[in-house]
Design a protein. Structure first.
Length: 144
C-alpha cells in the first residue's frame, strides 16, 4: 500500500526533528523524485540525516545526486563494519581534495562518534560523516 503524502511528511518531520512548510515539503519530494524516482520512508530517513548533517549549505540537485550516490554506496556495502582507516581511504579516494586531520575528526564528533583508525563503525553510523565531508568539499570548491 502506498503511503499518503501527509504520513510521509509527518515521518520526515519526526526524523528531521522539526516541522517544515508545505513549500519545503514539495521541494524535498521533487528532489527525491529526481534522484531516487520515488518518495519512500527509507529515502526520507536518509535525506533527513543528510540535511541534519549539512543544514546550512544550499545543495543543488546535481550536488545532491553526487552525495546521495556516495551515501547509497556506503549503505549498500556488504560490510557490516568499516574500520576508521578504511573509511578514511574511501573518502580520500572519492573526494578530490586533501582533508585536514582536524576537519576529519570534527565530522566524527558532530556525528556523535570518536574517530580511531582501528575502531569499527557501521555504514549507518558513517552516513552523517560522509555527508559532512561532501558538504565541506562542495563549500570549499565554491569558495575558489
Amino acid at each position: 500500500m502506498r503511503e499518503t503524502t501527509r504520513s510521509l511528511k509527518d515521518f520526515y518531520e519526526s526524523k528531521l526533528g522539526k516541522t517544515i512548510s508545505d513549500s519545503s515539503w514539495y521541494r524535498v519530494c521533487d528532489c527525491l523524485r529526481g534522484t531516487c524516482g520515488e518518495v519512500t520512508k527509507e529515502n526520507l530517513e536518509v535525506y533527513a540525516k543528510m540535511r541534519k548533517a549539512c543544514a546550512r549549505l544550499p545543495i543543488q540537485l546535481s550536488e545532491f545526486i553526487q552525495i546521495w550516490q556516495s551515501v547509497q554506496t556506503l549503505k549498500n556495502s556488504n560490510e557490516e563494519a568499516i574500520t576508521g582507516s578504511q573509511f578514511r581511504k574511501m573518502l580520500t579516494k572519492n573526494i578530490p581534495s586533501r582533508i585536514p586531520d582536524i576537519t576529519f575528526y570534527r565530522w566524527f564528533i558532530r556525528a556523535g562518534l570518536n574517530f580511531r583508525k582501528r575502531n569499527e563503525y557501521t555504514p549507518e553510523q558513517l552516513i552523517p560523516v560522509t555527508v559532512s565531508a561532501w558538504c565541506w568539499y562542495l563549500r570549499k570548491s565554491k569558495e575558489r
